[in-house]
Design a protein around this ligand. Structure first.
Ligand code: FRU
Length: 503
């Protein structure tokens, strides 16, 4: 307990500078110390904020060798509150450097989720051709209006950076998109596309239970183009955090993909991200899809979107998600910090003919985390490291892999009745939320499971079947590291790696 108090005190001292909302530029980044990243349950190779509350990833843009990660951040508490954009950068998507808060609330409201682009041609006029601006497009959430019972309290605003993302100025004529009288009107994700030989900015916006598309030639004036809300989609909760981007199918055809996060209404309860594969012509998104598809079948991958401006020479669509669920995000048993991100993942399309799905797997840079190669032999393996990556080859139709410790806590990943499952009913601390002690399932349909790749951090498990054709992400809070792995239904010899800490 003493440790936690000391860390909280330290965090408080470090965060005092953050309380003045208009002085973001002068504030120092929080210094990373081993104590700060050594708290119980603190992820050791996933991104988590130095202190206090984090939710969605925001404004992800690659620029001058850095992957920028902004995030929904409340620097004064470990529960959700007035939102800021926190900021970190990485050169390799593995190790992260914390930077000062990028964007803080102002008289127009709190800073909700959004995106960032490099305005290379200076179409906005906010920079110059020689020094093109990074432009962030986000939602203003006017809590004063909201508290007064109005429904038009979300608008879209812009901030820009002329020093490669370190400091941000708000656009003077904000908001750039006024509220038309709709309560949920948020999370602008902007992408660039060529339409009829002209370069256009396209904004996807979550508007209650549909996605609205807007276009602009300068990021400042926006024209409504169309709405997307097919009858058969998932509508269990409000639509949030869209992302629209092209991706090549295995036969080289370009498809357009639309991500829509939804809360509640996910396949295992609470928050989850559905996706649509189709076409986008600059105005309208169309699809032949007729069924609901989920990006990740676990409970804890939400509001994820992709990085903009990744060079064509790289060619990847790189994604990161918030590794939590609104069902319990604010009560998970952590104190000094709350929430982490998933591992960054490469997205790909697979399937044949008309039917395609999105696969996701950890970016290849994650291999840099590998410390020692492990040969996993037999059915009962003693684990020496709590940070693990294992590759298991199933031998029988049904199988199970159980991580357990001497205190009776266990976490099971398995297959039965045509479903993959993660059983976290006895995985550790679960009583902070009624539904947390659950068995999370994913239908496998007719897919054969050839390989199960598992990445275990202190408080999360990420499972990838057959190189990422199916992903499941879940939080777990064991009170002691899992020290044994029991295998049932796998080949005699499997491989794995112990992983390094990044903090
Ligand atoms: C998704 C979300 C967004 C919103 C943000 C507020 O988790 O609800 O729709 O912009 O979080 O923090």
């Amino acid at each position: 307990m003493k440790g936690v108090k000391q860390i909280l005190a330290l965090s408080f001292i470090l965060l005092i500078g953050y309380s003045c909302q208009n002085k973001v530029k002068d504030q120092p980044a929080i210094e990373v110390t081993t104590a700060l990243y050594g708290e119980p349950h603190r992820p050791q190779y996933h991104f988590s904020p130095p202190a206090n509350w984090m939710n969605d990833p925001n404004g992800m843009v690659f620029h001058k060798g850095n992957y920028h990660l902004f995030y929904q951040y409340y620097p004064d508490s470990n529960v959700w509150g007035p939102m800021h954009w926190g900021h970190a950068i990485s050169k390799d998507l593995v190790s992260w450097e914390n930077l000062p808060i990028a964007i803080a609330p102002d008289s127009l409201g709190w800073i909700f989720s959004g995106s960032a682009v490099l305005d290379k041609q200076n179409s906005s006029g906010l920079g110059s051709i020689e020094n093109p601006p990074l432009v962030a497009i986000y939602t203003y959430h006017d809590n004063v209006k909201g508290d007064a019972g109005r429904i038009d309290f979300q608008t879209q605003g812009i901030a820009y950076s002329l020093d490669d993302g370190v400091s941000w100025d708000k656009y003077k004529e904000n908001p750039v998109l006024a509220n038309p009288g709709i309560k949920d009107f948020r999370d602008p994700k902007v992408t660039k596309m060529e339409v009829g030989g002209k370069s256009m900015w396209i904004m996807s916006l979550a508007v209650k239970d549909k996605i609205s598309f807007y276009s602009s030639s300068n990021l400042l004036e926006w024209t409504h183009e169309s709405d997307f809300n097919p009858d058969w989609a998932a509508y269990g909760g409000v639509w949030e955090c869209p992302d629209l981007f092209p991706l090549q199918s295995p036969d080289g055809e370009q498809k357009w993909v639309l991500f829509v996060s939804i809360n509640p209404g996910g396949p295992n309860g609470g928050s989850a991200t559905q996706y649509f594969i189709g076409d986008f012509d600059g105005e309208t998104f169309t699809t032949n899809q007729q069924d609901i598809k989920w990006l990740d079948h676990g409970t804890d991958n939400y509001a994820g979107v992709t990085w903009s401006n990744v060079p064509d020479s790289d060619g990847r669509k790189i994604f990161i998600g918030w590794m939590s669920n609104w069902n319990y995000a604010q009560v998970v048993p952590t104190e000094a910090w709350r929430s982490a991100m998933t591992l960054p993942r490469t997205l790909f399309l697979f399937g044949e003919g008309e039917e395609h799905w999105i696969g996701s797997k950890p970016v290849k840079e994650v291999e840099q985390l590998r410390d020692r190669a492990l040969t996993i032999e037999g059915e009962k393996i003693t684990l020496e490291n709590e940070l693990l990556e294992v590759y298991l080859k199933p031998k029988t139709t049904d199988f199970s892999a159980t991580f357990e410790n001497e205190f009776g806590e266990s976490l099971v990943i398995g297959k039965r009745e045509g479903e993959l499952y993660i059983d976290r009913t006895k995985s550790g601390l679960t009583d902070f939320n009624e539904g947390f002690a659950s068995i999370i399932t994913a239908p496998l349909n007719e897919f054969d499971v050839n390989e199960v790749r598992i990445l275990l951090d202190r408080s999360s498990i990420e499972v990838f079947v057959n190189e990422g054709t199916l992903a499941m992400t879940a939080l777990v809070f064991p009170q002691h590291p899992y020290s044994k792995l029991l295998l049932n239904g796998f080949e005699k010899e499997n491989k794995g790696f112990s992983l390094k800490k990044i903090w």
